[in-house]
Design a protein around this ligand. Structure first.
Ligand code: PMP
Length: 360
C-alpha cells in the first residue's frame, strides 16, 4: 500500500491517502458475493474526508492572493469536520479561524476546533439555512463585520468537489486496479459501484466525476441521504411524515448546495436512511470489522446494504468480483460522548465473557 515513507513537511501532507479495506465479515454476514470495500477517511490527519477540501480550498485561496498570514480571518459554516480541516491548515499557516456550527454537532468537534485555536460560534439547529440565525447566516454576518474576514464557502467552492475528483477518486481507482484478482477475492479490475452520503455533496459529486471521466463511465454512483433531508432524487423520496430532524451529523440539508451536482446520469440513484439503521450499521462496522467509524459511515453502510437488497442492486450483490466501494467519512472519536454511542457501547447486552467476569 502506498503510505508515504518519507519525512513529511507538515500534517497537511498526511491528509488523504486513506486505505481501502475489505469489509469481508459484513459481506459474509449479509450473504454478499460482491467485494465490499470501505474507504477509511478517519485515518486522514484531521480525522475526516473533509481534510482534503480544507487543504485544497486554503491552498487555492493562497495562490489567488486571497489569504494574507497574520491578517486574514477564515470564517466557515460547517458541521465541524471541514472546520477541523481548516483549523489544522490555518494553525500551520498562521491564519485566524472562526467556525459557525449548529448546536447539534458534537462537543468533541468543538473541543478539537478550540484546541486547534479556532473560535467556535454555535447556532440553532432548527434555523433554516437562509435565515440570519443559521450557521450560514451567522458566518455571512461575521464576514461583513470582521476585518480580513473571508468565507472559503464549501457549499459553492469548486475546490470542494475538485479535491475529491483529483484525490479521492484516483486513490479508489488505484487501489482497485492494482489489487490482483485471486481465487479468494476475484475482482472485475474496475470500480463498479461507489456509495457515499451527501452533506455539501462535494464528496459524491467529485468522486463520480473522477471515476466516470477517467476510469469507468458505467460505474454506478449511489447517494445516501437521511430521512428528513431534501438532497435525494427523485424529490418524492424526501416526502416524509416524520420530522425533519435527525441525529446523524455531517449529511443531509434543508437546501441543495451548488456543489452537489445534478448533472443527469452522474449520481445514478439515491437511498434514504434512518438514524436507527445508521447507528446499528456503526456497531456492525466497529464490532465485525474493527473500523472505528462515526455516524455518517453507518448511514453509508446502511444505505449500501439497502441498495444491494433492492431490485436495482441485487444482481450486483450476487456477482462475484464486482467492486462496491463505500465511503466512511470520519471516526467514532468525534462522537464518543454522544448518547447514541454511549448507549451502544455501554448498555449492550452483557457478553458471555462479561457474565463470566461477573461470576468470578
Ligand atoms: N460525513 C461527515 C461526518 C461529514 O462531516 C460530512 C461533511 N459535511 C459528510 C459525511 C458529507 O460530505 P460532503 O460534504 O462532501 O457531502
Amino acid at each position: 500500500m502506498s503510505r508515504p515513507t518519507l519525512v513529511l513537511d507538515s500534517a497537511l501532507d498526511a491528509v488523504g491517502n486513506t486505505p481501502l479495506v475489505r469489509l469481508d465479515r459484513i459481506a459474509k454476514h449479509e450473504g454478499l458475493k460482491c467485494n465490499l470495500l470501505g474507504k477509511l477517511e478517519y485515518t486522514s490527519a484531521g480525522g475526516s474526508v473533509k481534510d482534503r477540501i480544507a487543504k485544497r480550498m486554503v491552498d487555492c485561496a493562497e495562490q489567488e492572493g486571497k489569504l494574507i498570514p497574520g491578517k486574514s480571518v477564515v470564517i466557515e459554516p460547517t458541521s465541524g469536520n471541514t472546520g477541523i480541516g481548516l483549523a489544522m491548515a490555518c494553525a500551520i499557516k498562521g491564519y485566524s479561524v472562526i467556525i459557525t456550527m449548529p448546536n447539534k454537532m458534537s462537543l468533541e468537534k468543538e473541543a478539537a476546533l478550540r484546541a486547534l485555536g479556532a473560535e467556535v460560534v454555535r447556532t440553532p439547529t432548527e434555523a433554516a439555512w437562509d435565515s440570519p440565525e443559521s450557521h450560514i447566516g451567522v458566518a455571512q454576518r461575521l464576514q461583513r463585520e470582521i476585518p480580513g474576514g473571508i468565507i472559503l464557502d464549501q457549499y459553492r467552492n469548486v475546490n470542494n468537489p475538485l479535491a475529491h475528483e483529483l484525490t479521492t477518486a484516483p486513490e479508489i481507482i488505484e487501489a482497485v486496479v492494482s489489487t490482483p484478482s485471486t481465487v479468494a477475492h476475484p475482482s472485475s479490475g474496475k470500480v463498479d459501484v461507489v456509495i457515499a452520503g451527501a452533506g455539501t455533496g462535494g464528496t459524491i459529486s467529485g468522486i463520480a466525476q473522477g471515476i466516470k471521466k477517467t476510469h469507468n463511465p458505467s460505474c454506478t454512483i449511489v447517494g445516501v441521504d437521511p430521512v428528513g433531508s431534501v438532497l435525494a432524487l427523485p424529490a418524492a423520496l424526501n416526502d416524509t411524515s416524520e420530522s425533519g430532524s435527525y441525529v446523524v451529523e455531517g449529511i443531509g440539508y434543508d437546501f441543495v448546495p451548488d456543489v452537489l451536482s445534478r448533472a443527469p446520469g452522474l449520481i445514478n440513484s439515491w437511498v434514504k436512511t434512518s438514524d436507527t439503521d445508521a447507528f446499528a450499521a456503526v456497531q456492525l462496522l466497529i464490532r465485525r470489522e474493527g473500523v472505528l467509524v462515526g455516524g455518517s459511515s453507518g448511514s453509508a453502510l446502511a444505505g449500501t446494504l439497502a441498495w444491494l437488497r433492492s431490485d436495482e442492486g441485487k444482481t450486483v450483490a450476487q456477482t462475484p468480483g464486482l467492486n462496491v466501494v463505500v465511503m466512511l467519512p470520519d471516526g467514532i472519536r468525534n462522537y464518543i460522548g454522544k448518547e447514541w454511542f454511549l448507549k451502544m457501547a455501554l448498555e449492550a447486552e452483557p457478553s458471555p465473557l462479561a457474565q463470566q467476569i461477573a461470576g468470578v
